[in-house]
Design a protein around this ligand. Sequence first.
Ligand code: KG4
Ligand code: ZN
Length: 346
Amino acid sequence: MITILAIESSCDETSAAVCADGKILSNFIANQTIHEKYGGVVPELASRAHMQNIVPVVDAAIKNAGCSLAAIDAVAFTRAPGLIGSLLVGGQFAKSLALALNKPLIAVHHMQAHVLANLIDDPKPSFPFLCLTVSGGHTQIVLCESPTAMKVIGETIDDAAGEAFDKSAKLLGLPYPGGPLIDKFAREGDHTRFKFPEPQIPGLNFSFSGLKTSILYFLQNAGKSNLYKEEFAATEEERKQFIDNNLADICASIQHRIVTILLNKLKKASIETGIKDICLAGGVSANSGLRKSFEEMGKKYHWNTFSPAFQYCTDNAGMIAITGYYKYMAGQFSDLTISSTARAEW
Ligand code: KG4
Ligand code: ZN
């Protein structure tokens, strides 16, 4: 039996997991609530919180799995991409542990791990499959040929889908991270009520910055137009009133546009590659509107659709553990001189 201990610390979640022969035995996540009052993740505070959390989180993952450090065959960790200070905490800890235990070290790419979260539970997609990875920092369509061979065939040229949700929420006066709140209000709303433009980006790439600007103008004009026009400019009081009276419909309309931008490109990718095993991944895949439309599109185009359980959608070490397991099987180890990095090629 191959047992992997995995550590994830790329952003603001400190997480550790244990997997044995590809089965997750524990997946422990410590969320950092300190960032809420700042309206976004503060890197320095994230690093400090990781330093406080890492030992108890690893300890809890080992205990919850019912194993001991002596039973670990390798230590996997998120090497990139992410906040460098955060990555360094998990990376240094993983290296020290591997050295102390005299076990191999496995460096994992965070975005590949989001994709492979789809291999944790049954039913699993068959290779090759496509994965739409949507998170706070990334929006990608990935063609996955094997657990260790994947390539990005489309990605955002500006904001990520999660950022589009969070920035829209901020414009509506909602707290960070606003994505889940837009999802919640959208459930009661009518998505046909307001129209936001779909960007015309060639190929399989995405863009969300135009949408953000159009929402900004729309709110500045208290819903009278998506374009900036002096004569439509509303007072602060009128804007607030407009948002209060129409929050559910505004959220539903914004969510609908983000979801259609994502799924129209995914449909294009399926047609171009001929691949019909299609997965979702990343924190935004928790969005109920996206999941529903994804399933509907899957039925219409005869796709086999997959999405990880919620705990494996947002940042977690379970996905690092499963990726570590496949890298172990492929003999892909790193030596102790490897360094964490904020950005990295696949
Ligand atoms: O993958 P993730 O946990 O962290 C990153 O690697 O970025 O994704 C976090 C993002 C945030 O932007 C958050 O607002 C978004 O996922 N998110 C959602 C929902 N749940 C999380 N966005 C829309 N609807 C949701 N239900
Ligand atoms: Zn992530």
